[in-house]
Ligand binder design. Sequence first.
Ligand code: WTA
Length: 642
Amino acid sequence: MDENLPLNEYVNHHKGSYDQFYKESLENPEKFWQEHSKIIDWYRNFDQVLDQSSAPFYRWFTNGKLNVSYNALDRHVKSFRRNKAAIIWVGEDGREKIVTYHGLLKRVNAFAKALIDSGIRKGDRVAIYLPMVIETPVVMLACARIGAVFTVIFSGFGASAIAERINDCGAKVVITADGGRRNGKIIPLKNIVDEALEDTKTVETVIVLKNTQNEVDMVEGRDFWYHEVASDERALVEPERMDSNDPLFILYTSGTTGKPKGVVHGNGGYSVWVSNTLKWAFDPKEDDRWWCAADIGWITGHSYIVFAPLLLGLTSIMYEGSITYPGPDRMWQIVEKYGVNILYTSPTAIRMLMRYGDSYPKKYDLSSLRILGSVGEPINPAAWHWFYSVIGSDRCPIIDTYWQTETGGFIISPSANLGIGPLKPGSATFPMPGIAPVILDENGNECKENEKGYICIQRPWPGMMLTLNGDDERYVKVYFSRFPGRYFNGDFAMKDKDGYYWLLGRSDEVIKVSGHRLGTIEIEDALVSFPEISEAAVISKPDNVKGEAIISFVIPKRGITPDRHLSERIKKEVRERLGPIIVPEEIHFVESLPKTRSGKIMRRVLKAVYLNQIPGDLTTLENEASVEDIKNAIEMLKKEKI
Ligand code: WTA
């Protein structure tokens, strides 16, 4: 490990400034957050920095009043940033739209008026199922402006995933598009919404953006065209004065049970957190072009394509589609054309692009890059070195940001703005200011140096979620009961002798496929809903590009003879219902599954057998024959493939 990598201007940045800053954040949090909450303009100052009286429902900046869209737009429009590019949108086919802060505010006002005209008010729930188009941040900011709580549903999800989310949050309106573009194809979003709405009761209005011009059915009285309802370019909608702890959005994410968790983020703490963490970690400059190459359907896109960059008045690049379409040089082309200064992407994207070799990036001038970033899963050293050398020409530090949907923003990451010191490839380095991590063993004792354990956070921080939608009890149970008083997030980690944190993957039933967070139990639920299947178990196998790939084992019902047609049909239907990311790569038909005597499926045994490893302790296994059965099924599928 080379501890003295050259880090352009950051090489001279002494880590001491970070240490001091971090220390202050923990020693005097009141003063620290009083100071750093000023990154936001408040209509009314808060009474208290942190109210812990109903812990673990921590409330930040109590009784403070603000509006997120005012902070992201109006205040910049009043400044020298009026005509600055807020968003540079790049289409898959190379079209571009440059929207200034003033232009974005006009669009947001027009849509906020459309929402009000449809009867949407503060506290109402809005579902957004849009592709990566300019209107997505417009709709999110319009909701924030009027205080409607939005939930963005990833446009790769299928009808039943949409219905489940709409039903959980009780959305009154859905904003969608005729279609979205991905890899040169059109995904018929409106048709998928129509199918989802057959299983929902709360939706009164559907607003449809004309984007890909494909045919759609419009339901009289329910469905309206976006360009018709949001046509008032001169609309002025006064921003609602939101309480710091009013919800801003809900984002569904996978956990250890089948039902996705509706993570609720608030207005005040979240805004303070995302804007400060972006500033600390990536040190963006006024004239930078910042590109977070994520999808807005996930938390990374919420926090770091939309909210943090706009709150800071930066120029945020937004790319519509696949990073390998039309060719594997798409990303480098965009970096050169727009002079991207900070590029924030994922290990899975890096590994995918790396496979195409160095010739693609080498064709482009990437000298505008100053800082690189990674998120979503631990970055393996090979990908780190390629990113560092081939893309960053050994000049740009890699900011490996570790965080989660629930944390709102980065929690462990190098801080370019405060001083990073030497990096270690694969380590997310040190905690963000205000974050007090601890690594615990099974019994809740602190782990020693280099000892793997459960990473927890010992104190609240402003970006943490408020609760899980409609389920306070689950919030307490999932995050605060394993190690009482501490936030437990499900990841393994260790700390080395120099105090660097190394993230070591999930400790629970959550897997990461191409950076997407999926619950194995969600996938199992989808499989057992087929009339031909009685039981299912899902594991993951390591995958060189995706990080992990989904492998499933299913028991067919009596009288069903499984064959390739059945597995193809299952894959097709899962794709339609839940979306392509949830489709298992392999389906193995078995007669039994390894279970404990109490009937719990032993995924650990399945995984070991699958990976040809020693399955470990089998004393709790009830049916040893299942192991042979699984081995046979795996062999069968291999043979069929030949
Ligand atoms: C994993 C994505 C290692 C981790 C922002 C976490 C990471 C889960 C990193 C959250 C990283 C994310 N290094 N692991 N830099 N970033 N993870 O909610 O397992 O989609 O718990 O949020 O991704 O995934 P989520």
